[in-house]
Ligand binder design. Structure first.
Ligand code: PMP
Length: 428
């Protein structure tokens, strides 16, 4: 693997940006070495600036459900761009994408587009507080909901990666309003609701927690959460930024048959462009300005180019029965990797989301503090050995992998072979 050009770029970048990056996990701190600079992606693979090619399982952290540079998405973006990059005014594409979201997602009657998952969640929390008039929110340990102040408390993603589960710069007075409970623990949940229930504006959860590994939840746990919310008058928010339009047309809400009051989206609905959205029950969403008193706005919200990318992505997914295909591909990945991992680790998977967990304890962790610390140590060495063999996994043991419709049986066989060789080289 050649690395000289990435190294030179990284040296330049480090003079200019904190750790040379614009989002922490990209810096490769958790796995060591120099971040790989992408030059070009096509389908399931990308080529870096040194000319190495990799099978990509990061896929921009989830948005690229059709693979890199899908021709229909690129064409839709080009056409939209030719008509104008941004209007800051209503456009047809946002109506079409809103129709898709409302038609697809359980209980979603009104939706508003923003430009990132963080924004979507931040706004949804404000709406919940505005609607209920209550101050506190409840979240789960290890769930990541973007980087707005109230949610950087015991969070996942980069915070899990770097072992600093809460962020500096968040005033204690604000953090105190965030009640944090472990996942998969009905008793802790009941205690939290008994103590704070009447003050809770909402409970927010990744129904498929995918930011501290993949901590698959029992349906009964989610159902209990929904019941406690209903009984206490707190709104239930599903953060479907990763799972929305990925695990099913109707996201985790459809998979579990549980309808939240509000939901947040991002990633797939933007098809690789900066898009987020929040939506839900009409009476709640009518609190949003200018109908109601909860202010929320955005210069680039509903951007015509971004809307076109999202729309094209959802159209291809629907036409090609994408969710069924992704499930079959996930099963194939499992079949290919499980025998190789045997005795060394496991593959936790739901549809096209997977987590390589390098520990054999059964069942796989369902809560953050059940993740064995040595799994991250093992991952560090394995990550490097896989990179050397042309397989690009997320540069952190706490991040999941993503399959896209562009991944092929050949890619999976290539990955299995690389894993076999890499495991032979790495000891624990
Ligand atoms: N919620 C979840 C569940 C996420 O996984 C993420 C990002 N990975 C976010 C919110 C924040 O989204 P963004 O990075 O687009 O701000």
């Amino acid at each position: 693997m050649r690395i000289a050009t990435s190294e030179a770029l990284y040296r330049r970048a480090c003079q200019l940006m904190p750790a040379g990056v614009n989002s922490p996990v990209r810096a490769f701190r958790a796995v060591g070495g120099t971040p790989i600079f992408y030059r070009q992606g096509q389908g399931s693979r990308f080529t870096d600036v040194d000319g190495n090619t990799f099978v990509d399982y990061v896929m921009s952290w989830g948005p690229l459900i059709l693979g890199h540079a899908h021709p229909e998405v690129v064409e839709a973006v080009k056409k939209a761009a030719e008509r104008g990059l941004s209007f800051g005014a209503p456009c047809e594409a946002e109506v079409a994408l809103a129709e898709k979201v409302v038609a697809s997602y359980p209980g979603c009657e009104l939706v508003r587009f923003v430009s990132s998952g963080t924004e979507a969640v931040m706004a949804a929390i404000r709406v919940a507080r505005g609607f209920t008039g209550r101050p506190r929110i409840l979240k789960f340990e290890g769930c990541y909901h973007g980087h707005s102040d109230s949610l950087l408390v015991k969070a996942g993603s980069g915070l899990a990666t770097f072992g600093t589960p809460s962020s500096g710069g968040v005033p204690a007075a604000l953090a105190e309003l965030t009640v944090v409970v472990p996942l998969d623990d009905e008793q802790a949940l009941e205690e939290a609701f008994a103590r704070y229930g009447s003050e809770l504006a909402c409970a927010i959860i990744e129904p498929i927690p995918a930011n501290a590994g993949l901590l698959l939840q029992r349906r009964e746990f989610l159902a209990r959460l929904a019941d406690l919310c209903r009984a206490s008058g707190a709104l239930l928010i599903f953060d479907e930024v990763i799972s929305g339009f990925r695990v099913a047309r109707g996201g985790a809400a459809q998979v579990f048959g549980i309808t939240p009051d509000l939901a947040t989206f991002g990633k797939v609905i933007g098809g690789g462009m900066p898009v987020g959205a929040f939506g839900g029950r009409r009476d709640i969403m009518e609190q949003v300005a200018p109908l109601g008193s909860v202010y929320q706005a955005g210069t680039l919200s509903g951007n015509p180019v971004a809307m076109a990318a999202g729309l094209a992505t959802l159209q291809v997914l629907e036409r090609e029965a994408g969710w069924e295909k992704l499930e079959r591909l996930g099963q194939e990945l499992e079949l290919a990797l499980l025998p190789i991992l045997s005795g060394r680790g496991q593959l936790v998977r739901l549809g096209s989301i997977f987590w390589l967990y390098l520990d054999t304890a059964s069942p796989a962790p369902r809560r953050f503090d059940a993740i064995a610390p040595h799994a991250a140590e093992r991952y560090r060495a394995l990550h490097r050995a896989l990179l050397e063999r042309g397989v690009y996994l997320a540069p952190s043991a706490y991040e999941v992998g993503f399959l896209s419709l562009a991944h092929t049986s050949d890619d999976l066989a290539f990955t299995a072979q690389a894993l076999q060789q890499a495991l032979a080289e790495v000891y624990w």
